[in-house]
Design a protein around this ligand. Structure first.
Ligand code: AMP
Length: 279
């Protein structure tokens, strides 16, 4: 498994692989890889001849007061994990390689109005821009994204449809720690006490799922989730919302496929979790 840092090197290899008739799966990541990322690679490995993993902490998706500089990085660990998962190539560019003098961005309307898009106004413009670039650079047959970032997944599906990208977007289930906490690179920010407190997110998911088994009233589902978070002194709600699974617009009455999602601060660390109604 090789690691390259320039667009030209990825293109040269992709060109050769395509000439040989090989299919390509792309797994975009920001590194500090864990079993959530590994599950995407495993799925990509099953469905494609070639697996490319990108590792790039994308500056354009971080707001001014967010954790771009603090974001955890461990390239040696990441390399070992990609190699273990049978990846063929890591693309690890520097920001200058991706954004030299860039003036062009990809923006999505409506789907970014709620949930994370509301509290992180430029976030999805950065995500759509970098994912567009990666799709152009690696020209994959399939690209793999986690359901953990449910709004991101919905937005990328819509962007790919709207802009006629010739790629299949594959969504993969949330991978959790044994005690329920959704795996995240940001979990490393948590102190031991905060790590315990963070379990309120997965407990809120369970409470929401239980409520949704008995009611289609979105506000009742939301309330069941909020009650769990509010009972945890170290937690502060950023949002708890129930939205349409495709449009990401809030709903009053839920149907299968809708999304119940939350972002919660545990101390200074912002964590997200969600579940799909009826899944
Ligand atoms: P990130 O490195 O955080 O940008 O994540 C890269 C990809 O891995 C995204 O598509 C995420 O949704 C996915 N991912 C992150 N954590 C998990 C998880 N716990 N389970 C499944 N997918 C995940």
């Amino acid at each position: 498994m090789d690691m390259v840092s320039t667009v030209a090197e990825v293109r040269a290899r992709v060109h050769q692989w395509k000439k040989e008739g090989k299919t390509i799966g792309l797994v975009p990541t920001m590194g500090y890889l864990h079993e959530g990322h590994a599950s995407l690679m495993a799925q990509a490995r099953k469905e494609n001849d070639i697996v490319i993993v990108s590792i790039f902490v994308n500056p354009t998706q971080f707001g001014e007061n967010e954790d771009l500089d603090a974001y955890p990085r461990d390239l040696e660990h990441d390399r070992a994990l990609c190699s273990r998962m049978g990846a063929d190539l890591i693309f690890h560019p520097q920001p200058e390689e991706m954004y030299q003098n860039a003036c062009t961005y990809v923006n999505i309307n409506n789907l970014s109005d709620h949930l994370c898009g509301k509290s992180r106004p430029i976030h999805f413009r950065g995500v759509c821009t970098v994912v567009s670039k990666l799709l152009h650079i690696a020209a994959p047959d399939r690209a793999y994204f986690g359901q953990k970032d449910a709004q991101q997944l919905a937005i990328i599906r819509k962007m790919v449809e709207d802009l006629n990208f010739d790629v299949e977007i594959v969504g993969c289930p949330i991978v959790r720690e044994d005690d329920g906490l959704a795996k995240s690179s940001r979990n490393t920010y948590l102190s031991a006490t905060e790590r315990q407190a963070a379990l309120c997110l997965s407990r809120a998911v369970k409470a929401g799922q239980a409520a949704s088994a008995n009611t289609t009233d979105a506000s009742a589902i939301k309330k069941a989730m909020e009650e769990v978070i509010l009972a945890e002194p170290l937690a502060k709600i950023d949002y708890v919302e129930v939205v349409d699974g495709k449009t990401m617009a809030p709903v009053d009455t839920v149907k299968p496929g809708d999304l119940a999602a939350m972002a919660v601060f545990i101390g200074k660390t912002r964590l997200i979790d969600n579940f799909i109604i009826g899944a």
